[in-house]
Design a protein. Structure first.
Length: 384
């Protein structure tokens, strides 16, 4: 694919011109909807057997399904392998094509049992009652082999989507979610001028102010992790939360496939004052983590860096920019300044596959002060 094409500055009658910088170069495009052939006809669809056996085939399937996102890619399994999770792909065929999920499986102690987590799964080109039931039955069979007591799933179904009722009818039950249950997604297919006009006037003013303050944007790979970690820790301290995200393993696993980038904003002295970690899933960009220093906030670097990331990703052919989570009101308000659409998800589901093991582990883990579903202290739920 050709490099970024030149673009004229975007003029705003109230805010003036937002200068454009060629310094932000997104990571090389992995297979996307722009590069891949059209979805195969039903007679040529990849089979469940192929998807279970072939990681590359599975990753292509994820990028081509409407709800496919980064935790269902094989890189996510690699990122969690060092923490004792192993991945299995549970896939079933249906008349509408395959339906399946990458499930991370973890041994639960005491006892011989395991638990499964299908983060942002299952996936399908189209969800049907037949497909959901076929997937659930295949999962029950695999769970017996893996000695899983239960499986947790949280597909990105829109709130109120009838697929949630199909899951319940197949034996799943609704449970509290641990992932962000709402987000903001910006459509990158309109023109750059329309993308710019979609920002609130206050956000456009902040972008231009950051330019005037001499903030420069650059892309980094692993060499940007130290700056990112410093800024993330400063943000955590300022906001009053603990650093729980293992972003180094996530970045390295996705970067190994060209699916990750760190974007840094530097002040005139060269000090990094804001940072984003972007992941790629087909034509979709996910802004997984963001951070800034106090000085960066004063210089409005957090506005410029997000605008530049969106603009350059659009320029390279990506079609959507997911800001990954707006559950906190102050975060939601900041991200709303960049336009896009607020999306609310239908929540999480649990399938109990071994009632005896499920009850036994429930009693033991609760007695020890652990959330027995996830194997974490109750007060320290996993995030991101």
């Amino acid at each position: 694919m050709d490099g970024p094409r030149a673009a004229a500055p975007v003029r705003d009658e109230k805010e003036g011109i937002a200068p454009l910088s060629p310094s932000l170069v997104p990571p090389p495009l992995p297979p996307t909807a722009l590069d891949e052939p059209a979805a195969p006809a039903p007679s040529d669809r990849v089979s469940a057997v192929q998807l279970r056996a072939d990681r590359d085939a599975w990753d292509r399937f994820v990028t081509q399904t409407p709800l496919g996102t980064y935790p269902q890619l094989s890189a996510w399994a690699d990122a969690n392998a060092g923490k004792g999770w192993r991945d299995v792909r549970v896939v079933a065929d249906s008349a509408e094509g395959p339906i399946g999920a990458q499930i991370l499986v973890h041994r639960m102690r005491p006892g011989p049992w395991t638990r499964g987590y299908a983060t942002r799964g299952p996936l399908a080109e189209r969800y049907t009652d037949e497909g959901v039931r076929a997937f659930t039955e295949q999962l029950r069979r695999d769970a017996r082999r893996l000695r899983m007591t239960h499986v947790f799933a949280d597909p990105e179904l829109p709130k109120g989507d009838p697929t949630g009722d199909l899951l319940v009818a197949a034996g799943w039950r609704r449970v509290p979610t641990v992932q962000p249950n709402q987000t903001r997604v910006v459509d990158l297919t309109p023109s750059e001028a329309d993308l710019w006009s979609g920002l609130r006037s206050s956000a456009r003013w902040s972008v231009n102010k950051s330019r005037r303050n001499g903030i420069m944007i650059e892309e980094a790979r692993e060499d940007g992790l130290a700056d990112f970690a410093r800024l993330y820790d400063e943000t955590a301290t300022r906001a009053g939360f603990r650093r729980r995200a293992d972003f180094t393993s996530v970045f390295r696993a996705f970067d190994a496939r060209g699916w990750a980038s760190i974007v840094l904003a530097r002040d005139p002295s060269g000090t990094a004052v804001a940072a984003l970690m972007l992941l790629v899933c087909g034509p979709r960009i996910i802004e997984l983590y963001g951070a800034s220093s106090t000085a960066g906030g004063k210089a409005r670097a957090n506005y410029l860096i997000k605008w530049e990331a969106m603009r350059r990703c659009r320029e390279r052919g990506y079609t959507s920019y997911d800001m990954w989570g707006t559950d906190q009101p102050w975060i939601a308000e900041f991200k709303a300044g960049f336009g896009g659409q607020e999306r609310f998800y239908d929540g999480a589901f649990e399938l109990v596959t071994d009632k005896i093991g499920w009850l036994a582990l429930s009693a033991v883990r609760r007695a020890r002060g652990f959330d027995w579903r996830y194997g974490r202290p109750v007060q320290d739920q996993p995030e991101g």
